[in-house]
Design a protein around this ligand. Structure first.
Ligand code: NAG
Ligand code: NAG
Ligand code: NAG
Ligand code: NAG
Ligand code: NAG
Length: 466
């Protein structure tokens, strides 16, 4: 069932959350010369990064690594709406990027995810479950609001006889009804967006987000032609246009692309702040307003074969994620390895980079002192003051560098209260098994990424050092 391996694949998203600092007409953009003719955005919305689940930092680390559905981070087969699927996980403990939306006029902070495609907000009165499927109090799901009040929306229209069913890579899952409503983000307002309003949620919330907005392709959407969400399958999937494609179809944006610049928080913020406003932008119809340098490339999104589920170009290829062809990773000693990989996605919703096993091992061995694979957590743990080896990513002939500060991340404390650090570039599994690898926030902090789902292209521009 090759198709199924990608059909409902989802990246687990951390939570992208943002406050609504709408920046219009980004002419204020302090941009350097750019080797691209992308126009500045008509408007941008700033991100707020949230550091979730910090009540116990130790728990935060365990949550990253010890969730029921997985033994190790990376991309794993798991059950999701649609049966056998590939899911992406390994994020969700450090910084989330969220932004304010309104749905039917009601305000919610939603995770912004380029690694999945559905937009959902739980409806008021939803039933909360733990990840094992046991009912728990609603507050355990820790959404930022009680949920969406369908009756109070003057614009909500139900979509009868279908249901939403999704399972994310860390075991979080949701299901329930579907409808259409007006969704706004910043100055962008889409009037007839298909949206899930789950009445069942197993969610490890942060007390701020009340759902998620997916920006990947329609092939990844999780609405099914059945009133019973447990009967979701690839056969009854009803793919639909995600939010941004609806905006394009409704002619709400001048250009069919959106652009994301995620700022890194400082080490101190990552370690201590529950909430950091203004940590980047999502911009619509133009490029995000941050300073850049003259390294830029536009590359096609890599499609997948409907029959094998493996990366494939050509007429039969289907699009799911923003998959790019990595020409090489470059770091001390990397010339001894094959580092090319054509099954790597750009995912705002995943904090870390996940690269093939041998690449991760070779890179992590270059830290001084070496990063070591922690058996309990299945993560490379490193001295917080270690010397970071350079790590460059070559895509489409252009080489993008990752700042050393992105490669050491505080992730909890040990029994003695000492900070544990993990590296930014981790093991995503062996190459060649059909596993999907991830360039997550660790990479994305260093570029402006502009996604054109209509042309099937991504433009990357190296950011000026900040
Ligand atoms: C975003 O939404 C939250 C929650 O409603 C609100 O407190 C905050 O002021 C909003 N941010 C902006 C910039 O509007
Ligand atoms: C939904 O299903 C019911 C029962 O099967 C049927 O009577 C009704 O016509 C359906 N509605 C739509 C809009 O398809
Ligand atoms: C949903 O399934 C019913 C049969 O159960 C079929 O009549 C209908 O055409 C399907 N709807 C779509 C949109 O495929
Ligand atoms: C989602 O669908 C799968 C079958 O594809 C099913 O096993 C699972 O129980 C469903 N989840 C929910 C929450 O209904
Ligand atoms: C992706 O890489 C694999 C393994 O190197 C190769 O067999 C396959 O042809 C590549 N696919 C595309 C579309 O380049």
């Amino acid at each position: 069932m090759g198709l199924l391996t990608v059909l409902s694949a989802l990246s687990l998203l951390g939570s992208v959350q943002a406050e609504f600092n709408v920046v219009r007409h980004v002419s204020q953009a302090p941009r350097a010369e750019v080797a691209t003719d992308l126009p500045p955005a008509e408007f941008s919305v700033s991100f707020t990064a949230k550091t979730p689940r910090r009540s116990s930092k130790r728990t935060a680390l365990e949550a990253l690594t010890g969730r029921p559905s997985k033994k190790r981070p990376g991309v794993r087969a798991a059950t999701a709406g649609g049966g056998d699927t590939v899911v992406v996980d390994g994020s969700d403990f450090d910084e989330e990027y969220l932004t304010n939306f309104t749905v039917g006029g009601q305000p919610f902070s939603l995770i912004v995810d380029t690694g999945s495609s559905d937009t959902w907000v739980p409806q008021i009165g939803f039933n909360c479950f733990d990840l094992d499927g046991n009912p728990v109090p609603e507050t355990t799901c820790a959404f930022g609001t009680p949920g969406f009040n369908i009756k109070a929306s003057k614009t909500f229209q139900p979509f009868p006889n279908v249901s939403f069913n999704i399972t994310y890579g860390d075991g979080e899952f949701l299901s329930g009804p579907v409808g259409f409503d007006t969704i706004s983000i910043g100055g962008l307002s889409v009037t007839h967006q298909e949206i899930a309003v789950p009445n069942l949620a197993a969610w490890e919330g942060d007390g701020v987000n009340t759902g998620l907005a997916g920006f990947a392709f329609s092939g990844l959407t999780s609405v099914f032609n059945t009133t019973d969400p447990t009967k979701a399958s690839s056969e009854n999937q009803l793919p639909y246009n995600p939010l941004f494609l609806t905006a394009v179809n409704e002619k709400k944006v001048a250009n069919p692309f959106f652009s994301i610049a995620l700022d890194r928080g400082t080490f101190d913020q990552q370690e201590n702040d529950p909430f950091d406003p203004n940590l980047g932008f999502i911009s619509f119809g133009g490029i995000a307003p941050v300073p850049v340098v003259n390294t830029a490339v536009t590359v096609p999104v890599q499609g997948y074969s409907a029959t094998t589920g493996l990366p494939e170009n050509g007429p039969g290829a289907e699009f799911f994620f923003y998959t790019v062809d990595i020409q090489s990773y470059t770091f001390p000693g990397s010339n001894r390895l094959v580092t090319a990989n054509n099954n790597t996605i750009l995912d705002t919703g995943t904090t870390l980079n996940f690269v093939p096993t041998d690449v991760a091992a070779a890179y992590n061995a270059q830290f001084k002192p070496k990063a070591v694979l922690d058996e309990d957590f299945d993560l490379y743990v490193v001295d917080c003051d270690a010397t970071v080896p350079p790590f460059d990513v070559t895509i489409g002939g252009k080489t993008f560098s990752i700042d050393a500060r992105d490669q050491i991340i505080p992730a909890g404390t040990d029994d003695n209260g000492n900070i544990i650090c993990i590296t930014g570039t981790q093991d995503g599994g062996p190459a060649g098994n059909g596993d999907i690898f991830i360039m997550g926030d660790v990479f994305l902090h260093n570029v402006v990424a502009t996604f054109n789902p209509v042309a099937g292209e991504v433009t990357l521009i190296q950011r000026a050092k900040y």
